[in-house]
Design a protein. Structure first.
Length: 440
């Protein structure tokens, strides 16, 4: 039987960072078990016929001084800083992101609806919600931006992305993800092409070579020999005996457990889980992202990083261009792009059908032209893509986290902690977790 002080489930950024920081700051032994053949989880890349594809766009937003320094050190000489160029395609025109600050270029009637609706929100005092009532994302968006902006972008786009009624979602997630421009900026952006950048990702960094995979690879290289075990899926966990059955390894005995696997999956791996915990986990929901990666001849949409598609006639919610982040992501004279679809995680999908819809729609909006040849197509499904912040989530987590704490499980990262977060935060989660374990 293998024995370790700390068993880490998952070799994504959160798991890798936990082991790295445990090695640095504690005398504890740590072992990562990762079910795939490669490290990185959602921050991985695949390499096909000279094209590099990530699991849709993975751009680094560095906000924490420690996280920034560590990532810059890990990817020394291999990072490029890029000013975002993101767009929205609707009413057959491209307008700048974010929609609410950039309606210039849309048909006059659409601009009128957006501005009038927005100005009404400015002149109407916001109703204070009763303390016991949580405002839904739908009501918040209407109150903040008005009915025109909601009708033409915020509602259709978010319904496509989240795959559920926006009245069932809370506002807990949107703070940094939905920019709220000033009145003057909304007006200015309706009258002329406003180049001012808004939002948390106005600029980002990305590896010059090797796709986003170069980040988990660099972190893996800082681990001890045989500390990261690939093709090693956790099959079950017994929290009482502190043992796990791991594919290709057998039983692993541990003192402390760190989970980075999606929380819902983790709970189903645990033996003899109380019914109230199982039913709390059933109340958590997520969407699945299906990423169609394409390698195409020709230089598509030069200078554009990604485009949002709010309208129903386009089956995807976003299309982006990896080769605009790093030219090494596609052979010279060609483009590598990602086409993102979202479905509720319980929905069955037919990828062949989605693929034909995608190719037709890409031609309809003229991203693909008749002289562009599709060289390679590859689907990358992300089963747990975005955690849904609905009204059941907080209540469920208030049952699940005390259960995990009682059983000495740290559940971290984007999916372990069941949150909407980024790569730098996954690395920071691992650091904080290691520091906590070192003190135990
Ligand atoms: C569509 C999309 C776009 C994104 N874009 C960005 C972006 O632009 N910028 C950004 O900073 N972040 C982005 N993110 C978020 C980023 O991918 C995550 O925050 C980060 O990669 C999460 O790392 P993690 O270690 O917490 O989870 P994961 O990467 O999911 O790691 C968990 C690991 O557990 C493994 N695993 C699962 N089950 C088992 C098992 N039973 N046994 C062993 N191993 C198991 C998985 O294979 C995986 O490797 C995006 C995410 C998505 C889905």
């Amino acid at each position: 039987m293998i024995k370790t002080d700390v068993l880490i489930l998952g070799g994504g950024l959160a798991g890798l960072s936990t082991a790295y920081h445990l090695n640095k700051n504690s005398g504890l032994s740590a072992l990562i078990v990762e079910k795939e053949k490669y490290p990185g989880g959602a921050a991985s890349s695949i390499f096909r016929k000279g094209f590099t594809f990530d699991f849709t766009g993975h751009l680094l937003h560095l906000h924490d001084p420690y996280g920034k320094k560590l990532i810059q050190d890990l990817l020394k000489g291999n990072l490029r800083e890029i000013k975002r160029s993101s767009w929205i395609y609707s009413h057959e025109v491209l307008t700048r992101y974010p929609f609410q600050a950039n309606t210039y270029g849309l048909p006059d009637s659409v601009i009128d609806e957006c501005l009038l609706g927005f100005l009404k929100t400015v002149h109407r005092p916001t109703k204070t919600a009763r303390k016991t009532t949580q405002v839904s994302f739908k009501d918040w968006a209407l109150r903040t931006f008005g009915d025109g902006i909601c009708k033409h972008f915020l509602f259709p786009y978010n319904e496509k992305l989240w795959q559920r009624k926006l009245s069932t979602m809370t506002t807990e997630w949107q703070g940094r993800f939905v920019p709220a421009p000033k009145v003057s900026e909304v007006l200015y952006g309706a009258l002329m092409d406003q180049t001012k950048a808004f939002g948390y990702n106005a600029s980002f960094v990305y590896p010059r070579q090797g796709g986003i995979q170069s980040l988990p690879n660099a972190l893996s290289q800082r681990l001890k020999k045989n500390q990261l075990l690939l093709s090693s899926e956790a099959i079950w966990i017994n929290l009482k005996t502190k043992e796990a059955l791991v594919k290709n390894l057998g039983i692993v005995s541990f003192k402390r457990l760190v989970n980075t696997v999606p929380l819902t999956d983790f709970i189903s791996l645990c033996k003899e889980t109380p019914a109230r915990v199982l039913s709390a986990a059933e109340n958590l929901s997520s969407n699945s992202v299906y990423c169609l990666n394409l390698g195409v001849s020709g230089n598509l949409m030069p200078g554009k990083h990604w485009i949002y598609f709010p309208e129903k006639k386009y089956p995807f919610y976003r299309v982006g261009f990896y080769n605009q982040f790093a030219s090494s992501n596609a052979p010279a004279g060609s483009s590598s792009l990602y086409v993102e679809f979202s479905r509720d995680s319980k929905t069955k999908v037919r990828l062949s059908h989605m693929e034909s819809l995608a190719l037709k729609a890409l031609r309809d909006c003229k991203i693909l032209r008749s002289d562009n040849r599709v060289i390679i197509k590859e689907w990358l499904p992300i089963k747990c893509g975005y955690v849904v912040y609905d009204f059941k989530r907080t209540k469920a987590l208030n049952t699940l986290f005390p259960f995990l704490a009682k059983n000495e499980v740290e559940s971290i990262g984007r999916y372990g902690a069941w949150k909407y977060s980024f790569m730098e935060e996954a690395i920071m989660d691992g650091k904080k977790c290691a520091e906590k374990l070192a003190l135990c």
